[in-house]
Design a protein around this ligand. Sequence first.
Ligand SMILES: *[C@@H]1O[C@H](CO)[C@@H](O)[C@H](O)[C@H]1NC(C)=O
Ligand SMILES: *[C@@H]1O[C@H](CO)[C@@H](O)[C@H](O)[C@H]1NC(C)=O
Ligand SMILES: *[C@@H]1O[C@H](CO)[C@@H](O)[C@H](O)[C@H]1NC(C)=O
Ligand SMILES: *[C@@H]1O[C@H](CO)[C@@H](O)[C@H](O)[C@H]1NC(C)=O
Ligand SMILES: *[C@@H]1O[C@H](CO)[C@@H](O)[C@H](O)[C@H]1NC(C)=O
Length: 446
Amino acid sequence: MLLPLLTLLLTLNNNYYSPYHVSAEVVETCSNIVPFNHRKHNISITEFGGVGDGHTLNTKAFREAIYMITHLGRVGGTLLYVPQGVFLTGPFNLTSNITLYLASGAVIKATQDTLNWPLIAPLPSYGRGRELPGGRYISLIHGDGVQDVIITGENGTIDGQGDVWWNMWRQGTLQYTRPNLVEFLNSRNIIISNVIFKNSPFWNIHPVYSSNIVVRFLTILAPRDSPNTDGIDPDSTSNVCIEDSYISTGDDLVAVKSGWDEYGIAYGRPSSDITIRRVTGSSPFAGIAIGSEASGGVENVLAEHINLYNMGIGIHIKTNIGRGGYIKNITLSHVYVEDARIGIKISGNVGDHPDDKYDPNALPVVKGIIVKNVWGVKVLQAGLIQGLKNSPFTEICLSDINLHGVTGTRTPPWKCSDVSGIALQVSPWPCSELISHEPGSCANYS
Ligand SMILES: *[C@@H]1O[C@H](CO)[C@@H](O)[C@H](O)[C@H]1NC(C)=O
Ligand SMILES: *[C@@H]1O[C@H](CO)[C@@H](O)[C@H](O)[C@H]1NC(C)=O
Ligand SMILES: *[C@@H]1O[C@H](CO)[C@@H](O)[C@H](O)[C@H]1NC(C)=O
Ligand SMILES: *[C@@H]1O[C@H](CO)[C@@H](O)[C@H](O)[C@H]1NC(C)=O
Ligand SMILES: *[C@@H]1O[C@H](CO)[C@@H](O)[C@H](O)[C@H]1NC(C)=O
């Protein structure tokens, strides 16, 4: 009983020690992954006619400011300052060597002019928009082929005003896939920190075909019933560090992806080397998700010190027939989950297909998944592991997991099929497919 209790205490304190190394450790942070460059120049959006009255449309001001920054060729980079005020705008593109700085009380607010929202090409790894065939609406803040971009400030807000988009989704009147709030494509050395994201039309932050991405000190909010408002979705992207953030939305808080079925397989770009730590939040879907679109492969993911409240599923590793690719070397540790439908789910039958051209023989490989030090209370169902008959999930290791049900009701047992691996000190006991082993043996799987 001592170890689980210790785990609980450590988790509740949001402490950074593992019960396996109780001595003090240096707190790890993302701070040395991407240089936080200070800019030589500082211009304000107001110098380009920007007006923060909540009514004036500032699309032209943002586009002109960024055009200037791009074409002046100033050495040392430029900070684009957004002062206190509500700056209504349509979508705009970022450039390299820029800091978009939101002062305290600054709000960049998306217009609700969905009719004039520009479209861009679908991602090749998806073959179409994620929601509907054809192109997709460009993200509010977009960066394609950029490097050294920082979005930061004094916790100003980027508000997507997503309700018009959510209603189009609900009414079935959407023509194309909804816009993300921020998307980076083919980009590197990106920092997003100290900003509040609110009411994204679709996913909040979507780095795709990119590398060296740091996301920290964020608050991401959207109503619980808002459709597909994922928090952060690294997609075919490597070297990502997400930390110290609070995310409460209508869909997965963090979901690591890498393309969809035959398009993702052909594109073949994995997501790898991803750290997620000290993230707290709430969602009717998953806290930490891998997939379901993982056709380019996902590997080397570490998520630790995650605190989840009022959840659909705590941890969800999800894939499907036709996905191909792999999900391997994933470690989740020190997860506290309170009030959840399901604690841990690893499953091979989740998500839809882009079209009927997917290859039913393209089976994903799920291998080397370590889940340890999980404490759950009021978890209706502890766990579910459903591998694929012709591609069983292997090297699954569960250790030091305690999932408590709702007082007075019996927690249903784990359900497992087509899975092999190890279970150590797991309560309720998972299933006979997972065999008990000597402590420490999870390490062989990473
Ligand atoms: C940039 O300029 C604004 C005024 O336009 C000023 O308030 C702000 O402090 C400056 N920021 C930096 C980092 O110099
Ligand atoms: C923004 O970038 C996209 C994709 O790179 C491009 O299609 C679009 O024309 C750009 N928009 C503006 C206003 O420059
Ligand atoms: C950004 O700055 C770096 C040096 O700091 C420079 O090498 C690079 O060309 C700049 N990029 C652009 C697109 O201006
Ligand atoms: C902004 O928010 C972050 C994360 O919530 C917090 O750590 C930080 O102290 C805040 N910064 C300011 C300037 O308010
Ligand atoms: C597995 O992933 C971890 C990050 O969680 C990484 O440190 C380790 O090197 C990876 N192992 C292999 C064999 O790539």
